[in-house]
Design a binder for this molecule. Sequence first.
Ligand code: SF4
Ligand code: SF4
Ligand code: FES
Length: 207
Amino acid sequence: MVNLVIDGQSVEAEEGWTILEAARYYGIDIPTLCYEEGLSSYSACRLCTVEIIRDGRSKLSASCSFPVQEGIEVRTNSRRVREARKIIIELMLASCPNSRTLQCLASRYGVTKMRFRAEDRGCLLCGLCIRMCKEQMQAGAIGFVSRGTDRKVIMPFHMRSEQCRECGACLYICPVCELPCQGPMQPGELCNACLDTVQLEAFPCKD
Ligand code: SF4
Ligand code: SF4
Ligand code: FES
């Protein structure tokens, strides 16, 4: 077993667990977007960022891929983490401003302004659809192509793949392909309508 501290609580974790797995085991909430139980970690979105303190030095890391280590201290909700999380949500919103999942995350984590110019790219490059297709559906019908700003997922709808069974799992898991946020915002703006509701523990508009 590995001994570590998460948010001031001394915990034991199995060797090989990630910080995210250990935190969830003890009921500590860390938001995620590109992580899904049952799929491999890809660490694309960084939403699960936590602060890790080791030998008196602190750094921010993605908890979904960082393995638990003996003696480290993890802070999941420090000021540094909260600020990083807000910027990450803002950056993702700039790429996909109409994503309902992102709009809900913005409301939940206090993002009330967008400092980056929004340009709807229709994809967060989170890789969820590709991993779902390959690892759960055993199809491997879609994948990334190109690099940098040209990087994109080749979808079966753009290029018909023989391997595609039209199961729809890639669309189901995509945080952008869902119905857009139905809040009262103009395209490219923050909705924040969820801030008017009382219960924000669970995503109010993710039904
Ligand atoms: S619909 Fe096609 S591309 Fe999408 S997960 Fe299913 S097999 Fe893969
Ligand atoms: S299409 Fe959706 S699931 Fe696939 S990488 Fe883009 S945002 Fe992620
Ligand atoms: S959930 Fe960990 S990097 Fe996306």
